[in-house]
Design a binder for this molecule. Sequence first.
Ligand code: FAD
Length: 309
Amino acid sequence: MKVTDIMKNRMLFSFEVFPPKTPDGMEKLTKEGGVLDDLYQMEPDYISCTYGAGGTNVGLNLEVLKAIKASGKTIPMTHFTCIGNTKEGMKQQLQTYLDNGIDHVLALRGDLPYGWTGTNGDLHYATELVKFIRQEYGDKFTIAVSGSPEGHIASRSLRADITYLKQKQDMGADYIMTQLCWDLTQFERWLELIRRAGITMPIDVGIMPVLSPTAVITQSLSRNGSVIPRDLARLLTKYWIFPNPFAPTEEEDAIKRKLDDFRKAGIEYTIGAIDRYRLLDIDGLHIYSLNKAEDVMTLVKDSGIRDII
Ligand code: FAD
């Protein structure tokens, strides 16, 4: 089954997980009754697993994907990047995925480690990776690519970024997974622009749950340069922990209360964003689970997304 076939009939619903850095984290994710088992209960069409810069966690990425495949509960999808990878190395890794029944891939350039000016690999952009995978493997892989509704943070312009997105389609990509974007007005504008540019690929929208003030600030600013719209800024302000949430000096109880209140308000905010996305012409909702099944289950249950897609 290909996720693109599902999208022809209805909206997709999926999760992203990441390979934990510690054996304890891995155990929590993959053990019986662990995070993955909780996520399966929500019947996702697929679960994708991130791939670390330089391929440092490639082993664990594969372990997580193999566990998903072995469960038989959903389609495993790997993220894959150009960072530090030779063509020969990529062929070996991609073949290993196929040998393990993993035939869905999100083809990315990858985040450049601090101080790097390029990928230090044989391929430099996601477009080249899509072309490479199609050349080497034909239609064996279903290929997703990233799309940045606000424009990639390093792009010369939104127009240039859209041109490269069109090239990914021309090279044979199947669908778009979007970068986190809380600014829905910008998302609508981008949607109109890409359709006008001849990009017809289905769009699976990445949803970052709003769960903690420090996470929102970090996710927005550390790599993506995403806008925090006024309604989200209002939440951050309302539950602000003084002097700042990264180095709080308030009483422990007060901090805990504010964090709990923020999480509840954040889940409500995320549900509102999901509702607004659903009104647009999108083909899927991809929830960044952050390996936190409990909060994600609340989000899915309270939003009713599993029943209304
Ligand atoms: P590209 O599409 O190659 O674009 C990179 C930059 O180069 C952009 O500014 C673009 O405008 C420009 N560009 C593109 N093509 C050309 C060209 N031919 N000539 C000149 N300029 C060009 N990163 C990870 O390391 N691991 C992950 O697992 C991971 N998962 C992700 C999941 C999702 C859903 C998303 C949206 C992103 C993910 N990322 C991940 C982050 C991603 O790798 C970064 O955003 C990275 O900086 C860009 O990757 P890309 O594939 O969008 O790059």
